[in-house]
Design a protein around this ligand. Sequence first.
Ligand SMILES: C[S@@+](CC[C@H](N)C(=O)[O-])C[C@H]1O[C@@H](n2cnc3c(N)ncnc32)[C@H](O)[C@@H]1O
Length: 447
Amino acid sequence: MIQINPREIAAEAMVQIMAEGAYNNGALRRLLRQNGAMSRQDRAFVTEVVNGTLRNLYYVDYILNTISKVRTEKMKPWILAVLRTALYQMYFMHTPDAAACNEAVKLAGERGYAKLGGFVNGVLRSAGRQKGQIALPEKGTAEYLHVYYSHPLWLVKMWMAYYGYKFTEALCRADNKAPDVTIRVNTLKTDREGLKKALEERGVQVTLGKMPHALHLSGTADLGRMDLFLEGMFHVQDESSQAAAALLAPKKGERVLDLCAAPGGKSFTMAQDMENDGLIVARDIYEHKIELIRQGAQRLGIENITAQQRDAALWDEDSAAAFDRVLVDAPCSGLGLLRKKPDIRLKKDGQEIDQLIGIQRQILDTAAGYVKPGGVMVYSTCTLSRKENEKNVQWFLEKHPEFSGEVAAPFLPESMTTEKDSCMVTLFPQIQGTDGFFMARLVKKGS
Ligand SMILES: C[S@@+](CC[C@H](N)C(=O)[O-])C[C@H]1O[C@@H](n2cnc3c(N)ncnc32)[C@H](O)[C@@H]1O
């Protein structure tokens, strides 16, 4: 049997993600598939090392740059990947220092860098000796949160300006915990108790979520291959997204437009809430993503979704005042997803926010015209940036006096919202245990 070294796969993933620009989840999935002979334990190890290293990258690099004479940005991609993943194992996974160090030296040699084995050995031995002794920036500063919790400095500063130091620290800490898998029970086929029991019979640990059809799973190896998944008993969906669908609250027989719908999660949830009755037009700008909506709907036994490729920023006369409910789940900076997509924090620099605001406002402006008088629109993002969230809603309500905000709390379980008298809700990983998420309920006047 071929021996696959999981440490090598982890370092390879880091090269692809950090030096070649691959997305974290995509690169991991591809490498795990290509090395399918690895044991379940080794696959879990690779996933933990890659996600953990990415989640703690600013900290790991801070240690490397304190110890090494060569700065991380000057290192060869392979050597840097080997050092980062080895240091993560030593500092966060309790791998014995000597084992992590010896393996790293071997890995350097395997890709033609045998000459750098001494350098790798020196840096890691020194890191082992100095564990817990390297001075960090002073506590109470943005620089401390940046290094200790490995969040970009610009983001820490932005959140501190919004929420203050203590709240930002709690948020950063929550971002660094690997989340469990959350699913939405397919109420067209089963119910929460029935699915919980069936999952438990298959060895999955299950707890109930705050949303009425949410389950939290742990101990799931390959959920996508499980019979219950293939039979369409659930789809994977964070509780924040389930809440956004609940805030729009579509009813049986209504016409619903989901303008930025792929891969389809919120459309699927709404279709189930509507008991497969009425119509959901689910659109996205990317043709290849439309197929994901169709496949998902088919797996789940959903028949009231029509998927269409269309740019939501461009006006569609045929949709004018044609929908009871419109969802604008806008493209955004994704700063609420740091738990699940740890590479987001490394690849954004805050510059893209202003560009996104332009697109979000264009989509909102266009969407307003598709809502029937008396109809409802929900604007949502998976980000924690007030410019993309509250400021956009304020802008929209000023520009569109035919809309007003409706208090959101009555549409959500009490534990999901802390704002009791606002049309806007922000969810945080350290409070609701969800992704960082924003949503607002806007009602068009008239009847
Ligand atoms: C936050 S994701 C949507 C997630 C989806 N609502 C769900 O619950 O599964 C945003 C989506 O907007 C799409 N998008 C980006 N720009 C768009 C545009 N101008 N028009 C329509 N869709 C767009 C992206 O392709 C992406 O699928």
